[in-house]
Write a protein that binds this ligand. Structure first.
Ligand code: NAG
Ligand code: NAG
Ligand code: NAG
Ligand code: NAG
Ligand code: NAG
Ligand code: NAG
Length: 872
C-alpha cells in the first residue's frame, strides 16, 4: 500500500514538475541526499547559515517521532533564493579581503537549506553544532573552525526552531526575514537579532494604507500556520480598532488545501469587499493555492494587499498563476545596494563551486546542457540526450526577471547580517587586551564565548560602504521602512514592480505613509481607484443608522429628523442648528430663522396701536369734557375725583397696550405686565370705589345717617390706593423674584423664531390677573346688589353692566390666551385690554357725556333728585 502510494506520489510529482517548469521556469528536483544541501567554506571562524533555498520539503514526509522521518527531500529550488546563499559567500569573501576587518583571521561558513521546514532547520542547526553531517547532540566534533553564530532563517516558523537550539548555548542568531513579534521578547530570545522590523509595525502600515484609500471593508486570507493565524487575528483586531471592518478571515490549511480551495473561492466570490489582505509566510502554500485556483476557478477582480512576510511576491516571480494577484499592492522590506554583487552574480559558474550540486542543476536546467561528472537524473527523461555544456554559458544571458541582479532585499539582509557578525567578532577579538597573539585555531576557540559575542552584537553600529547605518534596537530588531510596491503581471508572464510609496514606522503618524497614487496601476477592470466599503457613504442631510447584527461599517442612511442637519458625508449623528437658525430643506446646513414679533410695521400691530391711540384720545376727550363741566350735576354726582382717576387710568391702560407692540426688549418686558396689572387694578379699584359711593349715597339719603359725609370724601380715593397697593405688592414680588425677560420661542413654528417676553413666573402672571379679577368680581357683586338702588343716571346698573363686560372679557381671555401661540398671544392680550377698557369707558362715561353734551337740561341737581324720587 505504502509502495503504491509513494509510486503515485512520484508520478504526480513528475507531472507537477513538468507543469511548473513550463509555466514558471522553476527548477524542480527531488533529492534524497541531505548532504547536497550543505554549502561550506572553510575558515578559522565559522558562520552557521540556515537559509531557505528550496521552497518546500516533501509534504508526505510525515513524522511519528519514533523513527527518523522517511524522507526529508526538498522541492523547488528558487533561483532567487539561491542568491541568498551567493550573497552569503560574497560577503564572507569580502570580509576576508578586508584587511581592517578581522586581520589574520579567515571567516568561513556552513550553510544548510531549511526548505521552509522545521525538521530540516533543526537538523541543520544540530549538524552545525556538532560539526558533523549526522548530528550528535551535545557534542562538538568540529575541528576545522570555530562555530560563532547562526544566520537564519527567512520564515518565522523555522527561525523559531533554530533559536530553540541556538539559545541553549547562547549563540547569537540573526534572522534575515522572520518578522514574528514574539522574537522581540528579550527574555525568551536574549541572543536573537533580526534584519527586519517587528511585524506589528506592518499592521500600522496596512491600517494606514486602508485609511488612505478609505477602504473600510476588507477580507483577510492567511496561512494556517502559527504565524499566519496569530497575524490574521491580530490584524483583524487592529483593523476593527481603527474603525474598519473585516468581512472575512479565511485561512489556508497545510493539509487538505484541495478541499479548502472551493470554500475559499466561494467566500471570495460571495464577498462584497474589493480589498483582500493576503498575509502568509507559507510561500509554498500560497503557490499551491494560487496555482490551483488559477487553473480551475475564476476569481473576481480584487485589490490584493500582500504582506512583507510574503517574500515570494516581492522577491520572486512565480508566473502566470499570479495573474490573479495582478496589480496588487505589496509591502516589502526596502532594497539595498551591495557593491560589486551584480558582477559577482554574473561571474558565478559551476567551476567556482565544484561541490555545489544545486548550482549544477540550475545550470543544466537553464542552459539545457550537461555538465561533466553529473549523475543521470531520474526525473529528467531526456537528460542523457542533452549536449555537453560548452563552458561559455553565462548567467548574464538569463532574463533579469528570473535572475534579478538589481533588487536585493533579503540578499541585502544577509549581507548586513554577515557584516554585523564580522564587526562584532572583530571587536570581540580586538577589544580585550591580547593574551598573546592569535597563533592558531585553538587559541581562537579558547577565547571565544558565544555570550560575549552577543554583547558586542547588541552594541554594534557601523556603516556599510553604501547605505544607512546598521544597528539593532533594544529588542534586537532593525528599525526600517517598508517599501510599497505595485506588482503588475504582464500578459507575457513578466512581473514589473513599481515603487509607489513607503511607510516609515518611526515617523509621526501623519508622515508615516507616503503614497504616489498616480504611479499605481489598478486592474483594468477598475476604472479608477477602487472603493471597498460595506455601505455607500451617507450624503449630507443623512446620518448613518447601524444595521442590527452587522459590523459597524454596514449601515443604512436615514434622513435627519426635523430640526436637525448633517453637513458632511458619513455623519454618525445629525446636529442641531443654533437656536436662531433652521435646517435647510435638504437638511445639509442651517439658514437663519425668520424672526417674528408683533411690530408697528405689521398691519395688525399698526391697527392695534392706532386703535389704542384713538381710544386713548377719546378717553382724553371725555376727561376734557368732564373737566370742563366739572361743576355740573352729572359730573359731581358719585364722586368726581373717582371719575377723574378712572378716566386717567383708562387713558393709561390704552397707552399701556402700546408696550405690547414692538420688539420685546428688557425694559418693555419688565414693564408690560406690571404696568398692565397696576393700571388695570387702579381702574377696577376706582370702579369699586364708585360702586361703594352709590351704596353710601343711598344710605346717606336716610335721615340721621352719618354716612353722608363720606360721599364726597377723599377717603374713597384712599380705597383706590389701598386696592391698587395689593397689585403693586404682587408686581414688586414678581419683579424681585422672577422678573419677565425677553425670550424666543422656536418650538411653535419650524423655521421661525418668535420673540416673546417670557413671564418668568406664570404663577405671578395669573396672580396679577387673578387679583384684578378679584377686584372686578367684587365691584360686580357690589354693583349687582346695588343695581336697584335709586340713583342718578342709573350708575349702579351701568357699573354692573361694565363689570359684566370687563369680567367676561377677562374670563374669556384666559382660555383664548392659553390656546394661542406666538405673536397672537400678545394680540389677544392687547385686544382684551382694549376691549375691557373700552367697556368701562363706554358703559360708565358715554351716557354721561351724552347728557352733558346733548341733554344739558337733564344735567341739573333737580333733575337728578327728581329722577331719584320718580325711580323709587
Ligand atoms: C598578521 O600576521 C602578520 C604576519 O604573520 C603579522 O605581521 C601581523 O602583525 C598580524 N596582524 C595581527 C593584527 O595580528
Ligand atoms: C552536555 O555536555 C555538557 C558539557 O559538555 C555535559 O555537562 C552534559 O552532561 C551533557 N549533557 C548530556 C545530556 O549529555
Ligand atoms: C561529453 O563529454 C564526455 C566527457 O567529458 C564525453 O565522453 C561525451 O562524449 C561528450 N558528449 C557529447 C555529446 O559531446
Ligand atoms: C495586469 O494589469 C495591468 C495594469 O492594469 C494590465 O496592463 C495587464 O494587462 C494585466 N495583466 C494581465 C495578465 O491581465
Ligand atoms: C509619482 O509617480 C509619477 C508616475 O510614475 C511620477 O511621474 C511622479 O514623479 C511621482 N511623484 C512623486 C512625488 O514621486
Ligand atoms: C458642519 O457644521 C458644524 C457645526 O455647525 C461646523 O463646525 C463644521 O465646520 C461644518 N462642517 C462643514 C464641512 O461645513
Amino acid at each position: 500500500m505504502l509502495i503504491l502510494f509513494s509510486f503515485m506520489f512520484l508520478i504526480v510529482a513528475h507531472l507537477f514538475e513538468k507543469a511548473v517548469n513550463q509555466a514558471t521556469g522553476f527548477n524542480l528536483e527531488i533529492r534524497q541526499d541531505l548532504s547536497m544541501s550543505m554549502y561550506h567554506k572553510d575558515g578559522d571562524l565559522i558562520l552557521g547559515g540556515i537559509l531557505q533555498i528550496h521552497m518546500q520539503s516533501n509534504p508526505l514526509g510525515s513524522t511519528n517521532f519514533k523513527e527518523p522521518p522517511a524522507s526529508t527531500d526538498c522541492f523547488m529550488s528558487i533561483i532567487r533564493y539561491y542568491r541568498h546563499r551567493l550573497a552569503f559567500h560574497f560577503t564572507v569573501e569580502e570580509v576576508n579581503n578586508n584587511a581592517e576587518l578581522l586581520p589574520n583571521i579567515t571567516l568561513g561558513y556552513r550553510i544548510y537549506d531549511s526548505c521552509a521546514w522545521e525538521l530540516r532547520a533543526i537538523h541543520g542547526t544540530l549538524s552545525l553544532l556538532s560539526g558533523t553531517q549526522v548530528p550528535v547532540p551535545n557534542y562538538s566534533c568540529e575541528d576545522r573552525g570555530v562555530l560563532t553564530a547562526f544566520i537564519g532563517d527567512l520564515t518565522s516558523d523555522t527561525t523559531y526552531s533554530i533559536s530553540q537550539l541556538s539559545r541553549i548555548f547562547r549563540y547569537p542568531q540573526i534572522s534575515y526575514g522572520a518578522m514574528d513579534p514574539i522574537f522581540s521578547d528579550r527574555i525568551l530570545f536574549p541572543s536573537f537579532f533580526r534584519m527586519v522590523p517587528n511585524e506589528r509595525s506592518q499592521y500600522d502600515a496596512i491600517i494606514q494604507l486602508l485609511r488612505h484609500f478609505g477602504w473600510t471593508w476588507v477580507g483577510i486570507l492567511t496561512s494556517a500556520d502559527y504565524q499566519g493565524q496569530s497575524a490574521g487575528e491580530e490584524l483583524k483586531w487592529t483593523i476593527i480598532q481603527s474603525g474598519g471592518c473585516v468581512e472575512f478571515l479565511a485561512m489556508l490549511p497545510m493539509i487538505g488545501i484541495d478541499q479548502t480551495i472551493p470554500e475559499v473561492v466561494h467566500l471570495i466570490h460571495s464577498s462584497t469587499c474589493s480589498v483582500i489582505v493576503l498575509y502568509s509566510s507559507m510561500v509554498y502554500l500560497l503557490q499551491q493555492f494560487m496555482f490551483k485556483v488559477w487553473r480551475k476557478h475564476e476569481i473576481p477582480p480584487k485589490v490584493w494587499i500582500l504582506s512583507a512576510t510574503l517574500p515570494i511576491i516581492t522577491d520572486f516571480d512565480i508566473g502566470k498563476a499570479f495573474q490573479i494577484l495582478n496589480s496588487s499592492i505589496a509591502f516589502s522590506i526596502p532594497k539595498g545596494e551591495i557593491p560589486g554583487f551584480k558582477d559577482f552574480l554574473y561571474r558565478v559558474n559551476p567551476t567556482m563551486f565544484p561541490n555545489d550540486v544545486l548550482l549544477k542543476l540550475i545550470w543544466q536546467g537553464k542552459f539545457r546542457c550537461r555538465l561533466p561528472g553529473t549523475k543521470i537524473l531520474r526525473f529528467w527523461p531526456d537528460f542523457d540526450r542533452l549536449p555537453n555544456c560548452t563552458g561559455t554559458e553565462t548567467l548574464r544571458s538569463l532574463d533579469s526577471s528570473l535572475y534579478d541582479v538589481y533588487n536585493f532585499r533579503f540578499s541585502y539582509n544577509i549581507y548586513k547580517a554577515v557584516y554585523a557578525l564580522a564587526h562584532a567578532l572583530h571587536q570581540m577579538y580586538t577589544a580585550e587586551p591580547l593574551q598573546g597573539p592569535i597563533t592558531d585555531r585553538e587559541s581562537l576557540r579558547q577565547r571565544f564565548q558565544p555570550w560575549q559575542l552577543n554583547h558586542f552584537l547588541r552594541n554594534i553600529h557601523f556603516k556599510p560602504s553604501i547605505g544607512n547605518e546598521i544597528f539593532f534596537d533594544e529588542k534586537g530588531d532593525t528599525p526600517t521602512r517598508y517599501d510599497i510596491l505595485n506588482c503588475i503581471y504582464l500578459p507575457n508572464g513578466a512581473l514589473i514592480q513599481t515603487l509607489v510609496g513607503s511607510f516609515h514606522p518611526s515617523a509621526t503618524s501623519d508622515q508615516q505613509l507616503f503614497i504616489n497614487e498616480s504611479a499605481i496601476r489598478w486592474q483594468p477592470l477598475f476604472k479608477q481607484t477602487p472603493r471597498s466599503v460595506c455601505s455607500k457613504s451617507c450624503r449630507p442631510g443623512y446620518r448613518k443608522a447601524p444595521k442590527e447584527g452587522s459590523p459597524k461599517c454596514c449601515y443604512d442612511c436615514v434622513p435627519c429628523a426635523e430640526g436637525e442637519f448633517s453637513n458632511a458625508t458619513d455623519m454618525e449623528k445629525c446636529l442641531k442648528c443654533p437656536d436662531d437658525q433652521w435646517p435647510t430643506k435638504k437638511r445639509d446646513g442651517c439658514i437663519p430663522r425668520t424672526i417674528e414679533f408683533l411690530s408697528y410695521e405689521d398691519p395688525l400691530g399698526a391697527s392695534l396701536a392706532s386703535l389704542a391711540i384713538v381710544l386713548c384720545a377719546i378717553t382724553a376727550g371725555t376727561l376734557g369734557i368732564f373737566l370742563k363741566y366739572r361743576e355740573t350735576a352729572v359730573v359731581k354726582a358719585n364722586n368726581r375725583d373717582l371719575s377723574f382717576i378712572l378716566l386717567l387710568s383708562l387713558m393709561l391702560s390704552f397707552l399701556c397696550s402700546l408696550l405690547f407692540i414692538g420688539r420685546p426688549e428688557k425694559l418693555t418686558c419688565l414693564l408690560r405686565q406690571t404696568a398692565f396689572g397696576i393700571i388695570f387694578s387702579v381702574s377696577v379699584s376706582a370702579v369699586l370705589a364708585k360702586t361703594i359711593t352709590v351704596v353710601i349715597a343711598f344710605k346717606a339719603t336716610k335721615p340721621g345717617s352719618r354716612l353722608r359725609e363720606w360721599v364726597g370724601s377723599r377717603a374713597l380715593s384712599f380705597l383706590v390706593l389701598l386696592c391698587s397697593l395689593g397689585e403693586v405688592l404682587i408686581c414688586t414680588a414678581w419683579l424681585l423674584i422672577s422678573p419677565p425677560f425677553p425670550d424666543y420661542d422656536i418650538q411653535t413654528d419650524p423655521g421661525r423664531m418668535i420673540l416673546i417676553c417670557n413671564e418668568g413666573s406664570l404663577f405671578a402672571f395669573y396672580s396679577v390677573i387673578g387679583y384684578m379679577g378679584l377686584l372686578a368680581i367684587l365691584s360686580f357683586i357690589v354693583a349687582f346688589l346695588a343695581r336697584r338702588l335709586p340713583n342718578s343716571f342709573n350708575e349702579a346698573q351701568l357699573i354692573t353692566f361694565s363689570m359684566l363686560v370687563f369680567c367676561s372679557v377677562w374670563v374669556s381671555f384666559i382660555p383664548v390666551y392659553l390656546s394661542t401661540k406666538d405673536k397672537y398671544m400678545v394680540t389677544v392680550e392687547i385686544f382684551a385690554m382694549l376691549l375691557s377698557s373700552t367697556g368701562l369707558l363706554s358703559c360708565i362715561f358715554i351716557p354721561k357725556c351724552y347728557i352733558i353734551l346733548l341733554r344739558p337740561e337733564m344735567n341739573t341737581r333737580e333733575h337728578l333728585i327728581g329722577k331719584q324720587s320718580t325711580s323709587i
